[in-house]
Design a protein around this ligand. Structure first.
Ligand SMILES: [Zn+2]
Length: 146
């Protein structure tokens, strides 16, 4: 699926912590090796126990819109043709304390609501500076779900 925002809009910076999340096409979350806490976005230190060793846990990619906003004013000239668009905060079913930000792609901004069931989807793009492929996590409304 092509990007919902313009191709020249900024891409996430990739490093050892963020690369799995933005290139794998899977929802790989950072999990603390010491206490097991799962956190997102990934950081150098566990927010619960301050340990610094991590592994990954994969989410099944199903969730619910916890909150959202509809952007009507383009914050940058590149976004003038993209507005209005909804930015959703999605609470994952399998890691309910983890909430991910993204766009809900298959409904209009007016159809996005708190409680909307969504599933993860990825938008492929390429970093023009490095040539590296990114798979940006986004959301699709699950049709027929409450
Ligand atoms: Zn920990």
């Amino acid at each position: 699926m092509p990007r919902s925002l313009p191709e020249d809009w900024i891409l996430p910076a990739l490093d050892d912590r963020t690369r799995p999340f933005f290139t794998s096409g899977r929802l790989l979350l950072q999990a603390c090796r010491s206490c097991g806490a799962v956190q997102h976005p990934p950081e150098d230190v566990c927010r619960r126990c301050q340990a610094m060793e991590f592994e990954t846990r994969e989410s099944a990619g199903l969730g619910t819109v916890y909150s959202f906003t509809v952007i009507h004013h383009p914050v940058h000239p590149i976004l003038e043709k993209a507005v209005p668009y909804a930015v959703a905060l999605v609470q994952l079913d399998d890691f309910p304390h983890v909430r991910l930000v993204g766009n809900v792609l298959n409904v209009t901004p007016r159809e996005v609501r708190i409680g909307l069931r969504v599933k993860a989807n990825w938008q492929a793009t390429r970093d023009p500076a490095t040539g590296e492929e990114l798979l940006l996590p986004q959301w699709l409304a699950v049709k027929g779900a409450a």
